[in-house]
Design a protein around this ligand. Structure first.
Ligand code: COA
Length: 387
């Protein structure tokens, strides 16, 4: 297997993008990534595109070929990856394997979603398809409800409080104020989170990631030739993925995501590193409780201790480990198909030392964690500086 590097990154601003359509989002992120990689776009041999539910949101399927078409990458193989909210992370893993195997040299990995053209109810129904349609969605439970059940159990087992959950949102909104690509640019307080309307008890509006539009693209190349394109290629030192039951009721435990635990353990073994070596991590905080679970299941904190660590500021920039410096899904936004690729863009930005006000000092390694549904898919990547 060959070593693989990211040589280019690009984002389309996340938010309610009523100024453009799906295609323009793809082009905005794609052109930025191609320019960043100092490439001739004709060098790109293959494209993987992550999109979860573009048919439901904007009536458009066949999005990988569309991405290639819009970026002028005519006639190359283009494959769409649908893996719920982990579509972007899974697309990155597929691209990694294509370059690592020697099948292709230069591969583009994109993620896109345009969610705000439908009502909130329609969006919730489309997203609900990532769970068990027959036994969960049809019975009336959507994603805020599923994560509320997880939160209730975590509170019962470990004494986690609603204020501690709110601290996740406060931190991530703060980080987002320093990210020009983020959907939200305003600080919030624990009090505001506590007073926001209840969506699914104990989760309130400000515990939830929003409905978002956005796109992200990264360009991959073999590490040995990466410096031809870019002075600061970032090595992907691990790519791991696991799955679990779609239905929450079939799980052994409500307070852990087994797929995350398995994928993270595999990733640390592949990268020959440990959680304590990670300087910054972008984890899947679709709801505040999800960030707590991720920190524990990846191995940054023991089960039942992560909520207090957030409250104590240990996961802020400058703390013990910086979690979700981009603002995470909560503050930066969550255009579902794009999120996993955006997480990689943020970690590459950090490892290049280009994150401005949200830069983590002395960072050598970073991690991304992308979840599909309520944990039926988890994808973990580890990245490191390559000098
Ligand atoms: N965080 C912060 N602010 C939010 C927000 C969020 N998650 N969602 C909406 N807002 C803001 C809007 O910008 C708007 O502000 P404005 O009045 O200043 O313009 C206001 O709150 C009302 O927005 P609206 O769109 O009417 O909210 P809604 O009640 O229709 O939707 C949620 C709110 C939480 C239900 C919706 O964002 C949601 O479903 N989130 C979860 C998405 C999800 O499940 N993703 C997949 C995860 S696995």
């Amino acid at each position: 297997m060959r070593d693989v590097a990211i040589i280019g990154i690009g984002l389309a601003k996340f938010g309610e993008r009523w100024d453009c359509g799906l295609k323009e989002l793809m082009v905005e992120a794609g052109i930025a990534a191609i320019r960043d990689a100092n490439l001739n776009s004709k060098d790109i041999e293959m494209i993987y595109g992550g999109t979860m539910a573009s048919g439901r949101f904007v009536g458009q399927e066949h999005t990988a070929a569309l991405m290639a078409d819009q970026l002028g990458l005519h006639n190359i193989p283009a494959v769409r990856i649908e893996n719920a909210c982990a579509s972007g992370g899974t697309a990155l893993r597929e691209g990694f394997m294509a370059v690592a195997s020697g099948m292709h040299d230069i591969v583009a990995v994109g993620g896109v979603e345009k969610m705000t053209d439908v009502t909130s109810g329609e969006a919730a129904t489309a997203l609900g398809g990532a769970g068990d349609q027959e036994w969960e969605l049809f019975q009336g439970i959507t994603f805020p409800g599923l994560y509320a059940l997880i939160a209730k159990r975590h509170m019962h087992d470990y004494g986690t409080t609603e204020e501690q959950l709110a601290a996740v949102a406060v931190k991530n909104h703060h980080n987002a104020t320093m990210n020009k690509y983020a959907q939200f640019n305003k600080e919030i307080s624990v009090g505001e989170v506590m007073k926001s309307k209840v969506v699914a008890d104990p989760l309130k509006l400000l515990d939830c990631s929003p409905i978002s539009d956005g796109a992200a693209v990264v360009i991959l190349a073999p590490l040995e030739t990466a410096k031809k394109y870019n002075d600061t290629p970032i090595k992907i030192s691990a790519s791991a993925q696991a799955s679990d039951t779609l239905r929450l009721a079939d799980r052994d435990s409500l307070v852990e995501l087994k797929a995350t635990k398995i994928a993270a353990a595999k990733a640390f073994a592949m990268a020959k590193t440990t959680p304590s070596a990670i300087g910054a991590a972008e984890v899947h905080d679709c709801f505040t409780i999800a960030e707590i679970l991720a920190m524990e299941d990846i191995g940054f904190y023991k089960k039942g201790t992560a909520a207090k660590a957030v409250e104590d500021g240990e996961t802020a920039i400058g703390g013990k480990i910086a979690i979700n410096t981009s603002g995470g899904l909560k503050g930066c936004g969550h255009p579902v198909g794009a999120t996993g690729v955006k997480q990689a863009v943020e970690i590459v930005t950090q490892l290049r030392g280009e994150a401005g006000g949200r830069q983590v000092t002395g960072i050598e390694k970073g991690l991304t964690h992308n979840v599909g549904g309520s944990g039926a898919t988890a994808v973990v990547h580890i990245f490191e500086r390559y000098n």
